[in-house]
Design a protein around this ligand. Structure first.
Ligand SMILES: *Cc1c(COP(=O)(O)O)cnc(C)c1O
Length: 418
């Protein structure tokens, strides 16, 4: 498959080039030149479905016998579809090693990168919460790659932070005096810097992370009864909109989803765009669903590209919704009380979006395990949320963190000196 830039001014790229490039040279993001038409598998395991989709997406780039272990090792955990109430289902994407949906993309991307790597490389990643740990875990202990994680000081929960700061080995982390947007800006600057060689991007702009996220949309379809598939909406709690973009691509490839609900917290740049037709990035606001505190969602360029910049066309496929922390708290409390189901703050936003849809079947993506946000969740449900083993282990280990101001010179020094 060839990849083209959303900005339309760069030459097309191979999978390998797109994988290592970060943004395209014209500042756009790489997207597949053409998406294959796929008949969605009606049943089958996650691994089988994912391999069927991957085989079509990467045909001609990676031999099937190489691709199959990449797919199956990346997805060696369950992604169950859990029925809640009146046609609402939770697609639990949080059973991977760091208990957030980003494990899917990060694990696949890490294995893809290793396939193509012929010398030492540094994976540089900015995180507002879950990306850092997913990427760090995906590359942990792999030879020839080091991972550098940038995070905004004090703005990532202790549990989330410890999942990447306690790993050691080939993983370093830097706490930045600033916001997530500052971290993202520093990463962008590093990629634009010609002095720095062999930098690999692992943010949601990397096609190696984006494309495998299409797999679980097909997998949710394969888990539904034929009757439940007839009127199907999917709600994706969103920040940088990589998850939603992957869903839109799955629909474009032939997955019969009627509409997507793009649900955000008060950082509602995309819902506002859908309402007004104007895209106005602004500094992010801190919320309970901090992995979605994004003021300038990077994958918006890909969403626009998919609809040729036509807001009317996008509105036919996507409805925007935004929710406050107060609504998030109330939802966590009431869903637990009514159904005994524990939502994390991100998944709660997904649930609210799904509930507002009129489709007979509504699936929301549950993007994080509630234990990762237990400071918020436990007082609301008046109960303990047991910690999964990976999180428990990281709670007692020492942390390895460097500190820096949000200044590019210091980052460059760090990247070139160590
Ligand atoms: C990253 C993240 C999101 C947002 O996903 P995007 O692809 O950036 O829109 C939602 N929930 C959780 C728990 C996340 O970690």
């Amino acid at each position: 498959m060839r990849f083209v830039s959303t900005a339309g001014k760069a030459p097309s790229a191979s999978l390998q080039e797109a994988l290592f490039a970060g943004p395209a040279p014209d500042g756009g993001l790489y997207v597949p030149e053409a998406l294959p038409a796929i008949t969605p598998p009606e049943r089958g395991s996650l691994g089988d479905t994912a391999f069927a989709i991957a085989g079509r997406l990467f045909a001609g780039d990676i031999a099937d016998e190489v691709l199959e272990p990449i797919v199956r090792e990346s997805l060696d955990f369950d992604i169950p579809l859990v029925a809640l109430d009146d046609g609402i289902y939770s697609l639990e994407l949080f059973h991977g090693p760091t208990h957030a949906f980003k494990d899917v993309g990060a694990r696949f991307m890490a294995r893809l990168i290793l396939q193509f790597l012929d010398s030492e490389a540094t994976v540089l990643v900015a995180t507002s919460g879950d990306t850092g740990s997913a990427v760090a875990h995906a590359f942990l202990g792999l030879d020839g790659v080091r991972v550098v994680v940038l995070f905004p000081r004090g703005k990532v929960s202790e549990l989330q932070r410890r999942l990447f700061t306690t790993l050691g080995e080939n993983v370093s982390s830097i706490s930045i005096e600033g916001t997530f947007d500052d971290c993202q800006r520093l990463v962008k600057q590093a990629f634009a810097d010609r002095d720095l060689q062999r930098l690999v991007s692992a943010n949601s702009i990397n096609v190696g992370r984006l494309l495998p996220q299409t797999f679980y949309y097909f997998h949710l379809f394969a888990q539904l009864d034929a009757s439940a598939r007839k009127s199907l909406d999917v709600c994706t709690p969103s920040g940088n909109f990589g998850n939603l973009t992957a869903g839109l691509m799955a629909k474009r490839m032939g997955l019969p989803i009627s509409q997507f609900i793009a649900a955000t917290n008060v950082n509602d740049i995309v819902p506002e765009y859908l309402k007004t037709g104007t895209f106005e990035p602004r500094p992010s606001t801190e919320t309970l669903s901090n992995a979605m505190d994004v003021g300038n969602p990077s994958n918006f360029a890909r969403m626009l590209w998919l609809y040729d910049g036509n807001v009317e066309a996008m509105r036919r496929d996507v409805v925007g919704r935004a929710y406050t922390d107060e609504q998030t708290r109330e939802t966590i409390r009431s869903v637990h009380e009514r159904l005994g189901y524990v939502l994390d703050p991100h998944s709660a936003i997904g649930y609210m979006g799904a509930r507002e849809s009129k489709a007979a079947t509504r699936v929301f993506l549950a993007t994080a395990h509630p234990a990762k946000f237990r400071e918020t969740v436990e007082p609301l449900i008046n109960d303990k949320v047991p910690l999964p083993p990976a999180i428990q282990k990281s709670a007692t280990r020492p942390e390895y963190v460097s500190a820096m101001s949000a200044d590019y010179k210091s980052l460059k020094e760090f990247l070139t000196s160590s």
